[in-house]
Write a protein that binds this ligand. Structure first.
Ligand code: HEC
Ligand code: HEC
Length: 210
């Protein structure tokens, strides 16, 4: 459980460590940096260093140890950049993440997303629960056309394989209830077709998948 106290302490650490807000005029945006042939091992290493603060919650290699914090390992860089932007514009709501994203420069964003994309995924559940097989069938029917047959996602579709079960469950219920943290109509439709009673089986499948 991430308490308000921990959040406040981390925010204070960011100030003490001298993480500065990004300067106003930057030559290129993060997506351009990745496209300009700059997506090199050196930039990924820069991302590993720049992600030291993120590691408090998302884990050192992007494999989270907190149920409600998503893994970032193996996530497509374009998806990560899009979510960072969504936090910044307020399209996606999470008080802490919205504030924190303001400290990242365009180069940080590019470097960090490149680093996480290349990090090895450790499935959140080491052993597949009994309901995982049925979950796999439901996944193939309702989800695979976007998130891909292997659940590893693509540029615009998040990777789901190996993700934290608590985060998956929470996200699916939020889309279903249209509770406002994020909005994406096709996801709401997909979870309605899946049926709320089947969420746990799909989560069991995904969280234990490599
Ligand atoms: C205090 C804990 C904490 C820290 C530190 C933190 N995050 Fe997060 N992050 C979260 C939580 C919790 C969520 C899920 C928010 C939600 O429920 O929508 C999240 C979500 C995200 C997402 C969306 C992932 C997805 O699957 O959609 C990205 C990208 C992200 N964080 C990047 C970062 C980066 C980059 C840093 C470091 C600069 C960072 N985070 C630091 C807690 C944290
Ligand atoms: C029409 C394409 C489409 C279908 C079908 C679909 N999704 Fe998604 N899904 C997306 C997109 C795009 C996003 C990111 C949306 C956003 O930014 O809020 C997403 C987001 C998610 C997330 C949040 C992931 C994260 O890291 O934050 C989960 C969990 C998810 N989908 C699970 C599922 C499951 C389970 C199914 C099947 C029942 C499904 N999706 C069907 C396109 C789809």
């Amino acid at each position: 459980m991430i308490t308000r106290y921990v959040l406040a302490t981390l925010a204070l650490c960011a100030v003490v460590l001298g993480i500065q807000p990004a300067t106003a005029a930057e030559p290129v945006d993060a997506a351009q940096i990745l496209q300009q042939g700059a997506a090199t091992p050196a930039l990924a290493e820069e991302g590993r260093e720049a992600s030291f603060f993120c590691a408090n919650c998302h884990g050192e290699t992007g494999n989270s140890k907190h149920g409600e914090v998503p893994n970032l390992a193996g996530q497509h860089p374009a998806y990560v950049l899009k979510q960072i932007d969504a936090f910044l514009t307020g399209k996606r709501k999470d008080e802490f993440m919205q504030g924190l994203m303001k400290v990242l420069s365009e180069r940080d964003k590019a470097a960090i997303s490149l680093y996480y994309a290349g990090a090895a995924v450790k499935p959140a559940l080491a052993k597949a629960p009994a309901s995982a097989a049925r979950g796999g069938e439901l996944y193939a029917k309702h989800c695979a056309r976007c998130h891909q047959a292997d659940a590893r996602g693509a540029e615009t579709f998040p990777r789901l394989a190996g993700q934290q079960p608590e985060y998956l469950r929470l996200s699916l219920k939020r889309y279903l209830a249209q509770s406002g943290e994020r909005f994406y109509a096709p996801m709401t439709a997909a979870v309605m077709q899946l049926g709320e009673q089947n969420i746990d089986a799909v989560v069991a499948y995904l969280a234990s998948k490599e």
